[in-house]
Design a protein around this ligand. Structure first.
Ligand SMILES: Nc1ncnc2c1ncn2[C@@H]1O[C@H](COP(=O)(O)OP(=O)(O)OP(=O)(O)O)[C@@H](O)[C@H]1O
Ligand SMILES: [Mg+2]
Length: 219
């Protein structure tokens, strides 16, 4: 199993105590495509950050590729297994689109393969923007660079926070197809947060985060 979360809870201490969720469990196998829906502020981003080992839960356990994530193991588990698409992109503004896409390889001290980076940019329809600094790109273009970057190290677990939130229908459909086919054809696991009903309906499992609980959802 690539992802197994058991009884996660999260409470922020400041500026005032806020329990976002308690007792959230989620399992994902290779090839699963999972959509997490829910209203604004219900804790979807917080949950995805915890699943991606970017934030610690207050209680509960997280296993990535059957290994327990701890403060000591998290960075390495993330590097080896996880690609993350942030809701706010987190791109390096002064670097080019291509440099951003290759950044995970650079950080992991893996050999840089600009050809692979260009191919990923081509897949998201941005081959002709490879040498543009990110600060000159539109919101939807940044979103697509962030998706290409998440795929750079060929992660088995792809976590995407509203990956089509800033795209028009046509690009949303294209990006949704890329993410889903990536999971299905390459046996990766996709966990995405989305308000896009068309995209969530194409996922193999759907969950709703509401009132601090994660529930299986049929719609
Ligand atoms: N670092 C933090 N410290 C304190 N409170 C936080 C922190 N991060 C998030 N919160 C609070 O936790 C709640 C959940 O936030 P989160 O960003 O996970 O929601 P979300 O479901 O992703 O919302 P949206 O759909 O608008 O992106 C919010 O009420 C938010 O104010
Ligand atoms: Mg969010």
């Amino acid at each position: 199993m690539i992802l197994s979360a058991k009884h996660l809870s999260k409470t922020f201490a400041s500026p005032q105590p806020l329990t976002v969720f308690s007792n959230v469990s989620l399992d994902a196998n290779l090839g699963d495509t999972i959509a997490i829906c829910g209203r604004s502020g219900e804790g979807k981003t917080t949950l995805l950050h915890i699943l991606g080992t970017l934030e610690l839960p207050n209680s509960g356990e997280l296993f990535i590729a059957n290994e327990l994530a701890t403060p000591q193991t998290s960075a390495e588990l993330r590097r080896r297994h996880i690609g993350f698409v942030f809701q706010s992109y987190n791109l390096l503004e002064d670097f080019t689109a291509l440099d951003n896409v290759l950044m995970p390889a650079k950080i992991a001290r893996l050999p840089l393969n600009p050809q692979k980076g260009l191919q990923l940019l081509d897949e998201v329809g941005l081959a002709d923007r490879a040498s543009f600094p990110v600060k000159l790109l539109s919101g939807g273009e940044r979103q697509r660079v962030a998706i290409a970057r998440a795929l750079c190290n060929n992660p088995s677990l792809l976590l995407a926070d509203e990956p089509t939130g800033n795209l028009d229908r046509a690009h949303a459909k294209q990006i949704g197809d890329i993410l889903l086919s990536c999971a299905r054809n390459h046996n990766k696991t996709l966990v995405l947060v989305t308000h896009d009903e068309e995209l969530s309906s194409l996922c193999s499992k759907r969950y709703l985060l509401q009132n601090g609980e994660l529930m299986g959802s049929s719609s």
